[in-house]
Design a protein around this ligand. Structure first.
Ligand code: ADP
Length: 862
């Protein structure tokens, strides 16, 4: 237990798996936690005189499986292994923590998601309200740094899909803690984030004299701190060192669109709104990438639309260009398809975890690069050509791999046969000796059969006893005297002879030397390849980019998308627009395309229509088309002219933020507030049913005021889907607001959803139609019509145009309306009316006031 205590002391926040024989054991609190998280059986063992120690264990063979479950749950795990052979140990076997696994630092394939990056992110406060972020994917070596305002911090972390955060202790509560939400947070001592500590760390790590070469500027100290803290942490987690980190790339603001969590979720970019649902995201439709690298990059592009027109145009040119040349594209994709994950291979190279099959995979990939390059060079777009021209096909490495590594090497080096014949004369010779000896032994069988006359004599081999001659029981009396018994079986005996022993030693001796030599030779090749890790990463990222461009072209061509005209002006015009995801869920002709224009004269659309008409679909479709355009992709429409927006905001339906302990309405209002604060004239704002979480009157008033505010003070292009018909009055009142609706028609007893977007507000009596169709008695339907007419009379206030909801309308009038709507007298009013003040003494008056006061309070109580 002393070893355990020492190891645990250094890894307090990790579950410590401690090797004992064929098991890894958890003790004390770790055992209890392991039992809870993994369903292990909790037992205990007697610890000498001391109390009983809780204990839970997993078989060594199954360790990986348990580790991956824990890491997915966001836990840290330390593995304490035997570091000397038990046979050589004097006393207790020496054990050390050989590996620490945390969600943000894993490199093993079985723990990673192939098509998503795995970012470890360090966050440090810079100046007031600004944070510096550094993000590292250890599995690929990509390292970036950026600043973020507090308001955008959660968006940034969400966009990176950070799986672990490093934060300084001093900043771990408060704002930072909240932004981290559900990510695993690793709190580290403040001094590890100090500027000079971090700077020295980086200078040492990259072996440079100054950080300027990486693009750090004098006022980037906070970025240096974030990057340095990451590198420092990684050194602790992987004491064996890492050699594949790329130099940090600094992302200056203004290149990528910030996408907040709401918008990512509402537009279902990478995750479906309902957890656990398969398919149904934009990424599912787009992901035609044929490599894992391309898959990851496409995911990032989806979460990081561009905001610089030139960059968008460049990508568009590449995508549309490749969409136009189906044959070139399919040649390119065919070559790409067999390229293995070069980026993650570099992670394995950098952490010394490369096996023979990895190098064989690399060889296959490198063989294909010239074909990738040639196919890409057949196409016109400058971006594609530039990527292809700069693609380093790594011929020197390929040459070495071809000559050194066997065609089909085994997974484990120890299985032998990894190095190809001809690479090392010494190895070839040893193999010759071994094979000769084996042949000799094989030939022995025939000779001994003849010599002894025992026709059934067999030469065999097993791991424990080596080579032997086996004789069945019936022939034992004929065994020659020089045979030495080795092993007794149920129906025979196994023997060796001096001659067999001699040749066996030749085989074993050669095999031992072969194994040692192969390991040396393999290490040489591996190290040579690892020395070129930066070139491999470079090739990997070019391959990924080509793959994504070709994938977007493929989607565009296959689904009939067009290249939108992206401009720096204001107007948004979509003809024949479709929802990229919804359209894939039905036969092609069933999805009804729609046109929509948002321009100065109609920059806000109030979109009405009954439930299920298709309002949300139109709303999201516009958002997705805009987002696709800013990724540089083609869009599902027959024609589109789209502006470069600075942000896309959405507020859709009642989202399930209830877990955070806020009421639905509160969430809705805070989301809406965030939009109102963040949107500019260049934003696209998509609102669906805001105000629904409260009473009709509150709801209409809030929706109304928000629309007015956006119209007058922000000027953003906005679509506002609502079932509040009152809001259609805004279309008459405000110059930039227009009404549209998704039309329905009643045919006989059926309601037909036409899914057509048309000008004007929806037919407001639609609900009553539905009531009738649903079999409501005709008296009720008639009475409802009457009431509706009456209410409409009260509300649209005799041709005032501005309606009774005009902004200057006094509050008292609004509340009078609320009462009149129901045409019943409020009990308090009745009570007041019954009072004759002249009859009351001051004391009685006070008494009544108390009563009324408490009655009011009771009514207001929920
Ligand atoms: P609303 O927001 O008005 O309640 P939705 O947008 O949720 O309605 O649409 C309801 C359903 O109608 C969607 O799930 C989809 O299957 C179908 N739908 C919507 N728009 C279209 C369309 N343009 N063409 C075909 N089906 C559509």
């Amino acid at each position: 237990m002393r070893q355990w205590r020492e190891a645990k002391a250094r890894h307090r926040d990790a579950l410590l798996f401690f090797r004992v024989g064929d098991f890894y054991e958890l003790f004390h609190g770790d055992a209890e936690e392991g039992a809870r998280l993994l369903g292990l059986t909790l037992t205990s063992r007697n610890n000498g005189a001391a109390a009983r120690v809780p204990l839970a264990g997993v078989p060594a063979k199954a360790l990986d499986d348990y580790l991956s479950r824990l890491v997915r749950m966001g836990r840290r795990v330390a593995i304490c292994d035997q570091v000397e052979d038990p046979a050589d140990a004097k006393g207790i076997v020496r054990r050390e923590v050989t590996e620490t696994l945390t969600p943000g630092t894993i490199v093993a394939d079985n723990l990673l998601t192939e098509r998503a990056n795995n970012f470890l992110v360090a966050v440090v406060p810079a100046t007031d309200g600004v944070y510096a972020l550094a993000a590292l994917d250890v599995s690929t070596g990509e390292l970036t740094a950026r600043r973020s305002e507090l308001a955008d911090l959660a968006s940034e972390l969400g966009r990176l899909e950070a799986s672990e955060l490093l934060v300084p202790r001093g900043a771990s509560d408060g704002e930072l803690g909240r932004a981290a939400a559900s990510t695993t947070v690793t709190v580290r001592d403040d001094w590890l984030f100090e500027a000079d500590v971090c700077e020295n760390e980086l200078l040492r790590f990259y072996g440079v004299q100054s950080l300027e070469g990486f693009g750090f500027q004098p006022d980037d100290a906070a970025l240096v701190r974030a990057v340095g803290a990451l590198v420092q942490y990684l050194k602790e987690i992987r004491p064996g060192g890492v050699t594949h980190l790329r130099p940090p790339r600094i992302e200056r603001p203004g290149r990528l669109m910030a996408l907040d969590e709401m918008t990512r979720r509402n537009l279902e970019l990478t995750e479906p709104l309902r957890v656990g649902e398969e398919g149904g995201t934009l990424l599912d439709v787009l992901d035609q990438a044929v490599t894992a690298m391309g898959g990851r990059l496409l995911r990032r592009w989806t979460l990081e639309p561009l905001v610089v027109a030139e960059e968008i145009w460049a990508r568009q040119g590449a995508v549309a260009g490749l969409a136009d040349v189906p044959e070139v594209r399919s040649r390119l994709r065919e070559a790409l398809a067999e390229v293995s994950d070069l980026e993650r291979l570099s992670g394995k190279l950098g952490t010394g975890r490369v096996g023979p099959r990895d190098l064989a995979g690399l060889r296959r990939s490198l063989e294909l690069l010239p074909a990738v390059r040639a196919a890409a060079l057949e196409s016109e777009p400058p971006m594609v050509r530039e990527l292809a021209e700069g693609l380093d096909c790594l011929e020197d490495i390929l040459d070495r791999l071809v000559r050194a590594i066997a065609t089909d090497p085994p997974a484990a080096l120890a299985d032998g046969g990894v190095i190809r014949a001809g690479w090392s004369a010494e190895l070839d010779e040893l193999r010759g000796v071994r094979d000769g000896a084996r042949d000799f032994i094989a030939a022995l069988q025939a000779r001994e059969r003849e010599r002894t006359g025992i026709g059934s004599i067999k030469v065999g081999y097993n791991k424990v006893f080596g080579y032997y001659l086996e004789v069945t029981r019936a022939n034992l009396d004929r065994v020659p005297t020089e045979y030495v018994r080795k092993q007794t079986l149920a129906n025979g005996e196994r023997y060796f002879t001096p001659e067999l022993k001699e040749w066996e030693e030749k085989v074993f001796g050669a095999e031992e030397r072969i194994a040692r030599l192969e390991a040396e030779l393999f290490a040489e090749v591996r190290d040579a390849v690892a020395g070129s890790v930066a070139r491999i990463q470079g090739a990997g990222s070019r391959v990924a980019a080509l793959d994504v461009l070709a994938a977007l072209a493929e989607v565009g061509a296959r689904r009939g998308y067009v290249r939108p005209e992206v401009h720096t002006g204001f107007d948004l015009v979509v003809r024949g627009g479709r929802h990229p995801v919804v359209e894939t869920m039905m036969p092609r002709e069933e999805f009804i395309p729609n046109d929509i224009t948002l321009d100065e004269a109609g920059r806000i659309v109030i979109l009405t229509g009954p439930n299920m008409a298709g309002k949300s679909t139109v709303l999201r479709q516009v958002g997705l088309i805009q987002l696709l355009a800013q990724m540089g992709a083609m869009v599902p429409a027959t024609e589109a002219r789209l502006p470069v927006t600075d942000r896309i905001f959405t507020r859709v339906g009642a989202s399930d933020n209830l877990a955070r302990g806020q009421s639905t309405f509160m969430v809705e209002m805070s989301e809406t507030a965030a939009i109102v604060h963040g949107a500019t004239r260049r934003s696209l704002v998509l609102l669906d049913e805001i105000g629904r979480g409260t009473s009709t009157y509150d709801g209409v008033s809030i929706a109304w005021a928000v629309t007015e505010h956006i119209h007058e003070h922000i000027g953003a292009k906005t679509i506002f889907a609502t079932h509040y018909h009152e809001l259609t009055q805004l279309g008459d009142q405000l110059s930039g607001v227009k009404n549209m609706n998704v039309s329905v028609r009643e045919v006989g007893d059926q309601i037909v959803f036409l899914r057509r977007l048309v000008d004007g507000g929806a037919d407001r009596s639609y609900g009553i139609h539905v009531a009738r169709l649903a079999g409501m008695p005709s008296e009720i339907v008639e009475r409802a019509r009457e009431l509706l007419a009456e209410l409409e009379g009260t509300h649209s206030g005799g041709g005032e145009g501005l309606g009774r909801y005009g902004r200057h309308r006094p509050r008292s009038e609004a509340s009078r309306d609320q009462l009149s709507m129901f045409q019943v007298e409020h009990p308090l009013v009745r009570r007041l009316r019954a009072i004759d003040p002249d009859d009351l003494s001051p004391k009685e008056a006070l008494q009544i006031l108390y009563e009324l006061g408490s009655a009011t309070r009771r009514r207001d109580e929920p």
